[in-house]
Design a protein around this ligand. Structure first.
Ligand SMILES: [Zn+2]
Ligand SMILES: [Zn+2]
Length: 396
């Protein structure tokens, strides 16, 4: 097959993929509730002769395209399906019909892209020595993420998946461009809840109580020394206390203060170091003030690390579709998290940043914003790049 094949082929289904994306956009569903979305994906796949596989314990759709020209490797293409609890502010004809829920992270486009890649590759099974697995997963936005459970249920087996690819749209990148970060791309994340327990009493007599607000204030400032002093200045750490609550009245010492926050590092083991250091600081300060504490962490996501040889292949394949000049290496890693990391924990994988912005058309709102939208040309580009990567991976 010639290199420009998918670039041409995608033109035939481009209108259909845009229509599909708009359908998804009109009917957004929150994490782990993507049941209608799954039904629509299944129908779309069946309509073009792709039979979805067995069901999972949560809303998910998986289908395998089996090449018939011989045996070979399997590459998975992943889309996430969930929307966000955001009230959409848009006058577009395809604006959300589900009040308070919005596809503000572009997952509607991701689904259309994977369906598009599937439709195109399905026409070439007789030429393929290998397989392509389409994975539509729930709940990327909410911990512990949909990927973890699908992997536990064997989504990376039968056939054994050798590599996995996903796109994430980004509006700060112009449509037609694609960024790939080789190696460390996104952060390992941990969320924490910290409660400081003091002793309440009359605010006029602070010596008779233990003011948990004063203790909490010391802790918040001391925690920032972890960011500046635990590692070399060139190693990033994010430690943010994002909520704080305590106290009941202006003349009563607060008996307890509760704080929630996040820890992000590009290295899973550094995250563990931060956690230990936090414990030490909190223990030291509370002890010195006669207070007590509880500090709990959730499991978090591992770091997103793009496999270097797969990243090179993705760049080469993307250049065949979009042109050499539109493919670039992302310089700075992001401290955001992605549950795609779970797949990369088990298999070589790459997640790209696919441009969906268009400054001329005013499509600039960032993801997770109530005005977020995409230049829909990105859907065809994303689908064609995915098909090309799968093709090149199977038939190098
Ligand atoms: Zn998101
Ligand atoms: Zn997202």
């Amino acid at each position: 097959m010639t290199n420009s094949c998918f670039r041409t082929e995608v033109e035939k289904i481009k209108g259909y993929l845009v229509q599909l994306r708009r359908e998804f956009h009109r009917c957004p569903e929150l994490s782990m509730q993507e049941f209608e979305t799954c039904k629509r994906i299944k129908t779309a796949l069946l309509e073009c002769g792709i039979e979805p596989e067995r069901d999972f314990s949560e809303p998910a759709v998986v289908a395998v395209l089996r090449g018939t020209a011989g045996s070979g490797p399997t590459i998975a293409l992943r889309a996430d399906m969930d929307a966000l609890p955001i009230v959409e502010k848009s006058k577009a004809s395809y604006t959300s019909q589900n009040p308070g829920i919005m596809h503000a992270c572009g997952h509607d486009a991701h689904m259309a892209m994977v369906i598009g890649a599937g439709i195109m590759l399905n026409e070439h099974l007789y030429q393929m020595c290998g397989n392509v697995k389409l994975i539509f997963q729930p709940s990327e936005e909410v911990y512990p993420g949909g990927a973890y459970s699908l992997i536990e249920q064997g989504v990376l087996e039968n056939p054994h998946v050798d590599a996995i690819l996903a796109h994430h749209v980004q509006s700060h990148i112009e449509v037609g461009r694609i960024g790939i970060k080789t190696g460390n791309f996104m952060a390992a994340t941990k969320e924490f809840t910290l409660s400081v327990k003091g002793k309440s009493g009359h605010a006029a007599h602070p010596q008779r109580g233990i003011d948990s607000i004063v203790v909490a204030a010391q802790i918040i400032l001391a925690l920032q020394t972890i960011v500046s002093r635990l590692t070399t200045p060139t190693t990033p750490i994010v430690l943010s206390v994002c909520t704080i609550s305590g106290g009941t009245k202006s003349n009563v010492l607060a008996g307890e203060v509760t704080m929630c926050g996040t820890v992000r590092t590009l290295d899973d083991s550094l995250g563990e170091q931060v956690r230990a250091q936090m414990e030490q600081i909190v223990r030291g300060i509370t002890q010195s003030c006669g207070a007590s504490y509880s500090l709990k962490f959730d499991g978090g996501y591992p770091a997103v690390r793009n496999d270097s040889s797969l990243a090179m292949l993705v760049k080469q394949s993307a250049a065949k579709i979009l042109g050499q000049k539109t493919v670039f290496e992302i310089q700075e890693p992001s401290m955001g998290g992605e549950d795609f990391a779970w797949y990369q924990h088990h298999r070589p994988g790459v997640i790209t940043n696919l441009g969906c912005g268009n400054t001329v058309k005013g499509i600039v709102a960032p993801i997770h914003n109530e005005h977020f939208d995409i230049d829909e040309d990105c859907i065809a580009y994303g689908a064609a790049v995915m098909a090309q990567v799968a093709w090149d991976y199977i038939d190098p």
